[in-house]
Design a protein around this ligand. Structure first.
Ligand SMILES: Nc1nc2c(ncn2[C@@H]2O[C@H](COP(=O)(O)OP(=O)(O)O)[C@@H](O)[C@H]2O)c(=O)[nH]1
Ligand SMILES: [Mg+2]
Length: 482
């Protein structure tokens, strides 16, 4: 049975969709969501994408641009006044003038581009409006809450927190939990302390290198301007069957859980998620491969959870009026420039395998899905280095100041050759026990982070090297510029 909130929500969504449908008739618009967990490479990806659209660039696979059919792209004022603008200019300046990676951001932001192009089969010029929305992947994982009750969420969250390595991280919170009786009178201090310990547990899971999979509520990790508000002051409880007694701790937690959905999850769903047409999910897969098979399995779990969010998005608001919009999803393994090009196909194959399994687990169907290994900004070059009789495939780049490996530390100005090693040819090898990647050299440079590249200029604009950014663009936008 849909609740009154569901129905109100549907009416709002329908009104919004209708309004945008009308606007879309006048000027076709694509809303592209860019997401991924913190550090996956969203800011760098968007900066590179926008830069290539504005200034052209070497993008042979992106057919509209390579074929000379894009006359011009320009930045335009964004449609949503309440959302911060994606600070393209500052990020580009950081990358090209200061040769440093942009500051990390934890908020949603948005940018609008208008692309004047000529369709392949017509002489009349058209304009495609592209809205790019950058939002934390942590928020996406909240969507399943819309169809989960407080009791269900409590039970599931507690079950997970008692399994595997998580149990250890959850110990302080579990200890406090054992002292609480959910049916006794509500106690603000107990709720505060419980929420604090529960949040500490979530943070510990995130920081633990082997446990990448995140749990809702995402805003507990990325609170933004809601930090400290009651909607964020709840935690799971060990609940008996039945209903919450009036005035109990249980009732208070349940009410706050529901307001979290009202204040945080539904507005995100309505204002942002439900309006997306296309989605790219960025994944730092190399970090997982470096960590070992557990992290690879975890990554699969995270992708399944993300696909589950898209499915919930489709199913939770049952309406004939509200058409599910996202029709293409691209999973992209970022930072492929850490590998020699011989390994880019392998990286894609591994991500495909993980994605296939995640699709199976999430029982996801509906949108077209593709997978790519890319580097939005390529920080390395390739070379073959002779070592005795061997020829080793190396990548060359400038490690960030302060990076160090094997006792050697770098000043941020010196180039080095690194030997990243090979991914296995058979993707399944990454699910079997393995000891990280096998490096070709006993010095292991895999964790080196490089500075952005020195850029050359063309017609006054810096040229940003990339790997397979054009493939991503073709999948995400190609048909809309055909
Ligand atoms: N070498 C390389 N590093 C990258 C690339 N994209 C991102 N990074 C690294 O990953 C970090 C996080 O990227 P960022 O875009 O800020 O991630 P976000 O948190 O998802 O927005 C950056 O500071 C870089 O160190 C890339 O294309 N190549
Ligand atoms: Mg960012």
């Amino acid at each position: 049975m849909p609740t009154l909130t569901d129905i109100t929500e549907e009416i709002r969504l329908a009104a919004r969709a209708f309004g945008e449908f009308g606007a879309g008739l006048i000027s076709p618009t694509v809303r592209l969501g860019v997401t991924g967990l913190s550090g996956a490479g969203k800011t760098v990806f968007i900066t590179a994408l926008v830069h290539h659209l504005l200034h052209g660039g070497r993008l042979p696979v992106f057919e509209a641009l390579a074929g000379g059919r894009i006359a011009r792209a320009r930045l335009e004022p964004q449609p949503d006044d309440a959302v911060p603008r994606f600070d393209y200019e500052a990020h580009l300046r950081a990358l090209t003038q200061e040769r440093r990676w942009p500051e990390s951001t934890t908020r949603i932001s948005e940018l609008r581009l208008a692309i004047d192009y000529q369709p392949a089969k017509s002489r009349r010029n058209r304009t495609l409006t592209l809205d790019i929305v950058d939002y934390p992947g942590e928020w996406l994982l909240d969507l399943p809450l819309l169809t989960t009750s407080y009791a269900q969420w409590s039970a599931e969250t507690l079950r997970l927190s008692r399994s595997g390595p998580r149990a250890l991280l959850a110990a302080p919170w579990h200890k406090q939990l054992a002292t609480l009786d959910p049916t006794k009178a509500a106690d603000e201090q107990a709720a505060l302390q419980s929420a604090r310990l529960f949040t500490a547990y979530l943070n510990a899971c995130r920081n633990e290198r082997y446990a990448m999979r995140l749990l809702p509520p995402g805003r507990f990790l990325m609170p933004g301007d809601l930090a400290g508000s009651p909607a964020l002051t709840f935690a799971p409880l060990e609940l008996p069957n039945g209903e919450a007694p009036a005035g109990s701790l249980w009732a208070m937690m349940e009410r706050r859980y529901e307001s979290y959905k009202d204040v945080v999850v539904r507005p995100f769903y309505r204002e942002h998620f439900a309006r997306l047409d296309r989605q790219i999910v960025l994944v730092d897969a190399l970090a997982a491969f470096n960590a070992g098979p557990d992290a690879v399995k975890d990554l699969e779990g995270a992708l399944a959870a993300i696909l589950g969010s898209f499915r919930t998005g489709r199913a939770s608001i049952v309406s004939a009026l509200f058409r599910p919009r996202i029709d293409r999803i691209l999973f992209a393994a970022t930072k492929a420039d850490h590998l020699h090009h011989a390994n880019h196909d392998r990286l894609e194959r591994v991500l495909s395998r993980i994605t296939e399994r995640a699709i199976g687990r999430a029982k996801f169907a509906g949108a077209q899905i593709d997978v790519v290994a890319l580097a939005a900004v390529r920080a390395t070059r390739e070379a073959t280095v002779a070592r005795g009789r061997d020829k080793l495939q190396a990548i060359i780049g400038t490690p960030l100041a302060g990076e160090s490996i094997g006792g050697q530390s770098f000043d941020g100005a010196t180039e080095v050759a690194a030997f990243p090693g090979d991914l296995p040819d058979d993707p399944d090898a990454l699910f079997a026990p393995f000891k990280g990647l096998t490096a070709a050299d006993e010095t292991d440079y895999r964790f080196l982070r490089f500075r952005p590249p020195l850029t050359e200029r063309m017609d006054g604009a810096p040229i940003l090297p990339h790997i397979r950014l054009d493939r991503a663009l073709q999948f995400l936008l190609g048909d809309r510029l055909a």
